[in-house]
Design a protein around this ligand. Structure first.
Ligand SMILES: [Zn+2]
Length: 371
């Protein structure tokens, strides 16, 4: 049975009678995260992950909002719903729906890269996984976020030394906070003052209210001309063509987004620097996450083999899938020593099992009572 179907209002779960991230007002909306293309106003009631409460209220106002802790289970009509970290932005969640022994997961937006401003993506086993696929082409490969943040810090320092402001365009919710937390972690806040566009500060307040530490930014009118020339200015892309920018005088501009991997996108934005920093999974991340949803099939295989006196040995998992398997406690299921770094180690492990079981068989025969 299809637990999710597409209706004009959005993704609909019939046995639960709710919509996920509906694009039209509905009675009951389950929201994966507070970005505008997922959380829309007008619905009668909302359900979202507990850490998204402050950011959702910042964006939607005083709506009828029920929150659920990550992993907590809630019965809605005929289904059991739970929300699991998606690692995309603060409070982002995958929606797990269980109905008569069958499990579906709707990912919402997600990423596997590190992000100090939200909970890490959690692999959730399921039979059907509805995945976002913003960057589902092999050309999209992200460098580690800390490397990109170091690039931002170097660009800012060079501009500050040359006496011009650095204006970094980034989405006001998610990206701006990630850049701020990243610069703090990289010890790069000594370069100059951070100036925040008015669209960013309310979200920073929501983050702090949720317990996420962020460095302080200033309003442009509170900063003197000298400090402005060494400042890093964070602003949403919509500010790019606005008179707001004029007060910074001579400036260098940059844009932080996964789309900056495309030369055409960089050219269209017309900025001096593109920083490839995305809140979505890249090609490898999408594949890893989708593979991880199938861990149940591998567990079944391990159980079947074990039941017939054989063992499942895995080898050669790249770093990201290996970390996800560990996070999902799959290695305990298969046996830690049955997960090997390469084929040579796997063959040695297989041989060790063979020798051990042969010895066991000899021992069994030796210790068997004589007839
Ligand atoms: Zn999003």
């Amino acid at each position: 049975m299809d637990l999710i179907a597409v209706r004009p209002e959005g993704l609909y779960c019939a046995p639960g009678e709710f919509f996920i991230d509906p694009w039209r007002p509905v009675d009951r909306a389950v929201i994966t995260h507070a970005h505008g293309d997922h959380a829309r106003s007008g619905s009668a009631s909302y359900l979202a992950a507990q850490p998204s409460a402050h950011v959702l209220r910042t964006r939607l106002g005083d709506v009828a909002l029920e929150t659920l802790a990550y992993g907590a289970r809630l019965r809605i009509r005929d289904v059991t719903v739970s929300l699991h970290p998606a690692g995309h932005v603060l409070g982002s969640a995958q929606v797990r729906i269980e109905h008569r022994g069958e499990t579906w997961v709707v990912s919402g937006d997600y990423k596997l890269d590190e992000d100090p401003t939200c909970d890490a993506f959690e692999p959730v086993r399921c039979e059907t996984f509805i995945s976002e696929s913003t960057f589902a082409l092999p050309i999209y490969r992200w460098r580690p976020p800390s490397v990109v943040i170091d690039d931002v810090a170097r660009w800012w320092r060079a501009n500050a030394d040359a006496g011009r402001a650095s204006v970094l365009f980034c989405y006001a919710f998610g990206k701006a906070q990630r850049v701020l937390a990243g610069l703090a972690a990289a010890d790069a806040l000594d370069i100059g003052t951070i100036v925040l566009h008015g669209a960013i500060e309310p979200l920073n307040r929501a983050y702090r209210a949720t317990g996420v530490m962020l460095p302080e930014g200033r309003h442009v009118t509170d900063v003197d001309a000298n400090a402005l020339r060494r400042a890093l200015v964070l602003a949403p892309p919509s500010a790019a063509a606005s008179p707001w920018l004029r007060r910074f005088g001579d400036l260098s501009d940059g844009f932080a987004s996964g789309w900056m991997q495309l030369r055409g996108a960089r050219r269209r934005r017309g900025v001096d620097r593109g920083f490839v920093l995305s809140d979505h999974a890249d090609w490898a991340g999408l594949n890893t996450a989708i593979d991880a949803t199938g861990l149940r099939a591998l567990e079944d295989l391990a159980d079947r083999l074990h039941g017939s006196g054989r063992e499942l040995i895995l080898c050669g998992a790249p770093k990201q899938p290996a970390a996800l398997m560990q996070q999902a406690e799959f290695h305990h299921h298969v046996g830690v020593s049955n997960i090997c770094p390469n084929i040579k180690a796997a063959l040695e492990r297989a041989n060790a099992i063979r020798v051990a079981s042969a010895t066991e068989a000899v021992y069994d025969r030796a210790s068997a009572p004589r007839q």
